[in-house]
Design a protein around this ligand. Structure first.
Ligand SMILES: *Cc1c(COP(=O)(O)O)cnc(C)c1O
Length: 683
């Protein structure tokens, strides 16, 4: 194979997205095209510069990366006798070149699928072909967020249309929306060993009304949502059947895809099972993950809407209408109760979990009424805490550094001995590591703002304490909390001896004006004399900005209103880079925080949530945030020894790197899913 062919075969497997060496090869082919295409290898390859392709050194490097890819694909599975897993999720964050995600849920699903590939699991993932994705962010002159919807062209991405066996015609399945048949086809992505199938209704076999169904994520009202979820759950299962994919276990990741369980039930009833046997069978094969700590946040549909959308499915399944509705109701006899997807997921699965210990606890409180015979502690919802795919989220230079200094592969399973090597790394070397990642981020920020519609004039100091805050601008995440007391914030940002700087990124949902106001407020603050140049908003939050910020910042700020952050994963991405979390004890952080590997904002968790007055909580948490910054974070960063090193800070970095990396990795998480959820030992 020649160099171009090797690059081509790497480009069509998203394995490249978690190989910094592969990404760097494509970048070098044509840096400008790579950058403007959203770091898309196929775009760079199509316009590759000949002198690069013909350079013998470059060719040698391609050979090396290609061999690495081949050995990854040939490797024996790490987990023996794993069941065949089919995984469903509404969104997938795989790489910034494909906008198939809006936030944490999608990034988690992408990381889960990649880690499943690393472990060699027989794993198939199902999602939607969100051709117009979530949205692209820009701003008008007042700092008000605008949304546009660039269209994903499959020809420019490693996405191929799934054809029927042996033929060239697209494989299609049919799902009824109301009483009308809708044709569903699928696109396939290779994520290492994992096949990801994305369902699509946007083609000419369908009437205009149904074509946009799969185009955008979380747009339109319930009417659109329930139809989309029918495509995902029912269509997804039908696709698996048409493909002949064997499944021992079906994992519904969040309620959006839980209709798959009704389709399983329909199959069993069709095959002649009585209802009890059919339900038992479905439960035996299904597992369910809930993420939503706010009651109103669970997808729920008005019974009238449900009946209308499900009319065709109702005709296909051998159940009365009330029986069908009862799967989504806590009280099956209440004709007013909506159909809630989480209830369906809980009723028809053998095991369910929240995504952190605290979130599991909240979920048990939320759904206690579904299990009237049980004590709160016995509500059958466990917890598996989220983790991040380290190969995706560890910056290239960080990986090089850690490979050089550690006693083994830190992206592998948890082995505390791997980190012993860190003991031999001097404070000096470790501080250089931190400083070089901070500088790399600052260079990225300076380049990125050039292309922004929101004007920013960064004056960032490569030696100054750099704080990051990037996430969806849902209001519960309280992005502007640090500016609640403007004078106190001003004092922090204008101290000439102990400079700090704060970099933001994030998108507000297009219908969330309160979230847009938060961005606008931050924009306005960033233009005030005392904050200018030091408070920066990066436009177009995506996985690349996520990688840069989580690898470059010294402090990762997270101040949600507890208990609304189900897990949060961005703070987990900072650990390997020596970043420190400054976070409310919500989501994963109560499990990670040990008193010396970061800081806590606000009170300890009490186990009793949902009662706090938000206004009081905001006041209390802001006070705590200021105190932590004034008395702990900033003094520790600037407390230097004779060599100019912040020794206490560096000691905290060691603690965070050693203790938080492997335990909050997607590899640990997926192994937990295999052992606790996917394996069915009959218990
Ligand atoms: C990691 C990541 C998220 C999830 O972060 P949270 O802490 O859960 O908010 C969302 N979006 C992007 C682009 C990410 O990289």
């Amino acid at each position: 194979m020649n160099t171009r062919d090797k690059l081509q075969s790497i480009a069509i497997n998203l394995w490249w997205s978690w190989s910094p060496e592969a990404r760097s090869l494509f970048h070098r082919l044509n840096p400008e095209v790579f950058r403007t295409s959203g770091n898309n290898p196929q775009a760079a390859l199509a316009l590759a510069q000949d002198e690069v392709l013909n350079d013998p050194d470059f060719q040698d490097e391609v050979d090396t990366v290609y061999d690495e890819y081949m050995s990854y694909m040939d490797r024996d599975p790490e987990i023996a006798d794993a069941p065949n897993i089919s995984y469903f999720c509404m969104e997938y964050g795989i790489h910034e070149s494909m906008s198939l995600y809006s936030g944490g849920l999608g990034v988690l699903a992408g990381d889960h699928s990649k880690a499943a590939s690393d472990l060699g699991l027989p794993f198939t993932a199902i999602g939607l072909f969100l051709r117009e994705g979530y949205f692209e962010q820009s701003f008008n002159a007042n700092g008000w967020q605008q949304s546009t919807y660039p269209v994903l062209d499959p020809a420019k991405h490693p996405i191929s249309l799934v054809t029927g066996r042996g033929g060239s015609d697209p494989l299609t399945v049919t799902v009824h929306i109301g009483t009308q048949p809708v044709h569903v086809r699928a696109w396939k992505l290779n994520l290492g060993h994992t096949d990801l199938y994305l369902l699509d209704t946007d083609f000419d076999a369908n009437p205009e009304e149904f074509r946009p169904l799969t185009r955008r994520l979380y747009q339109g009202g319930d009417h659109q949502r329930i139809r989309q979820e029918l495509i995902l759950g029912v269509g997804g299962l039908r696709l698996l059947r048409a493909l002949g994919v064997e499944s021992d276990v079906y994992h519904a990741n969040e309620g959006h895809c839980a209709f798959l369980m009704l389709e399983l039930l329909r199959e069993r009833l069709d095959a002649g099972d009585d209802l009890d046997a059919a339900e038992d069978w479905v439960r035996d094969k299904s597992v369910f993950t809930t993420h939503t700590p706010v009651m109103a946040g669970h997808d729920h549909f008005d019974p009238g809407l449900f009946s209308e959308a499900m009319a065709g499915f109702q005709d296909e399944i051998d159940l009365s209408h009330n029986q069908l509705l009862s799967y989504g109701r806590v009280d099956p006899d209440d004709p007013e109760e909506t159909f809630t997807m989480t209830v369906l997921g809980l009723k028809l699965s053998r095991a369910a979990n929240g995504v952190s210990k605290l979130n599991g606890h909240v979920a048990r409180q939320q759904w206690e009424d579904l299990y009237p015979d049980r004590e709160l502690d016995e509500v059958p919802i466990d917890a598996i805490t989220n983790g991040v795919h380290l190969p995706t989220w560890t910056a290239g230079p960080a990986r090089d550094f850690l490979e050089e200094h550690l006693d083994g592969d830190f992206t592998e399973r948890q082995d505390p001995k791997v980190w012993d090597g860190l003991d031999d790394v001097s404070d000096d070397t470790l501080w250089d590591y931190r400083s070089s990642l901070r500088k790399r981020l600052i260079e990225f920020v300076e380049a990125h703002v050039q292309g922004q519609s929101l004007p920013m004039q960064p004056e960032l100091d490569p030696e100054a304490l750099t704080i990051g805050f990037a996430r969806r601008f849902a209001t519960y995440k309280r992005a502007p909390l640090i500016f609640r007391d403007r004078e106190r914030a001003r004092a922090l940002f204008t101290d000439p001896d102990r400079p700090i700087q704060l970099i933001y990124a994030g998108k507000a949902h297009p219908q969330d004006d309160a979230g847009k106001e938060f961005i606008q407020r931050i924009y306005e603050i960033s233009q005030l004399e005392d904050f200018k140049g030091k408070v920066i908003f990066l436009e177009g939050y995506d996985m690349e900005i996520g990688r840069m910020l989580t690898s470059g910042c010294d402090v990762w700020l997270n101040n949600p209103r507890r208990p609304k952050e189900a897990s949060g994963t961005s703070g987990q991405k900072v650990a390997a880079h020596g970043g420190l979390n400054l976070s409310v004890l919500d989501g994963w952080w109560p499990e990670g925080y040990n008193g010396h590997n970061g800081w806590a904002i606000g009170p300890e968790p009490t186990g009793d949530y949902g009662e706090a007055d938000p206004e009081v909580q905001d006041e209390q948490d802001a006070e705590s945030l200021y105190t932590q910054l004034e008395e702990e974070v900033i003094p520790t960063f600037y407390d230097r020894n004779a060599d100019g090193l912040p020794t206490e800070w560096i000691s905290m970095m060691r603690d965070a790197m050693t203790g938080l990396t492997a335990p909050f990795s997607a590899k640990r998480m997926v192994i937990d899913y295999v052992e606790e959820m996917y394996r069915n030992d009959g218990s």
